[in-house]
Design a protein around this ligand. Sequence first.
Ligand code: KG4
Ligand code: ZN
Length: 334
Amino acid sequence: KDGSLLLAIETSCDETSAAVVRGGREVLSNIVSSQIETHRRFGGVVPEIASRKHVESITVIIQEALTEAGVSRQAIDAVAVTQGPGLIGALLVGVVAAKALALALDVPLIGTHHIAGHIYANRLVGDIVYPALALVVSGGHTELVLLPEEGVFKIIGRTRDDAVGEAYDKVARALSFPYPGGPHVDKLAHQAEEEIVLPRAWLEDDSYDFSFSGLKSAVLAEINRTKMKGLEPSFGALARGFQSSVVDVVTTKAMRAAAEFGARQLLLCGGVAANRGIRERLAALCGEAGLPMLVPPMSLCSDNAAMIGAAADLKWRRGQFSSLDLAASAQVSL
Ligand code: KG4
Ligand code: ZN
């Protein structure tokens, strides 16, 4: 049998999600229950509350995924789950649910890396060509990952401080937007007619690492400086300046890495892949370079279980199963 029917579970942060994926490519259902409304009043995700919310909804979400897919539990070939990285209490809920199901249904368990999930969300939209270079941008991650071949990951660059989405959310807060403010900053940056030029953190010449905390501080400093002069800071010009800096650095490094490592395809993924600035610039640069680019639709960019099913299918094909003592892990290498 070459087409797996996987039940996938993702609970690494503030989305409780379950999906049924066939052959790693076909999404039969992908239920995502977001806790954003609950966390918004705290200005960010509160880990303890996230865990409790996952506990409340996990069984319902799994049942919904099966029902919507129109498959019975007995038809499931394996249960895939995000093992990490993420919030440990949140991960635990998914891992325990997955183990219980795998045991009850007597099918294999497949522990899956969250970032492998984000990257392989691209399997759901097209064929991956290797070597591929993935630009992973989300609220918790900013990584350049080289995939020399299927299932092999080499992290060639990562953020040294804030993740891109995190920087967007912090700047958004300074500009008085509610959490998560990334999309608001993106929109404002596009509407703004003026731009306050802010620094670009290129780091060492040969580095593919990123740094965004200095840029975020530059935005805050500019706001304070303007207010001290008794003037109103231009939020639009700041949003545009911030976005320009992020887009320049992120896309330039991605293109340089793609050229250096001979990538035949560029994969954009993670929640911040929704960013219009990044999407448009990267698409333009890839077009110029003749480099095919894949990017999943928004519903598959933010945290969801279908992407975990897409990544887990590759392990299923190789018979790479996890034992029932699989441990959730806040930090686990790709
Ligand atoms: O992947 P994701 O849903 O969750 C994590 O795994 O982190 O990413 C959420 C992050 C948030 O920080 C949110 O502000 C950011 O993605 N985001 C954006 C945009 N849409 C979502 N940041 C910038 N521009 C956007 N259009
Ligand atoms: Zn994520």
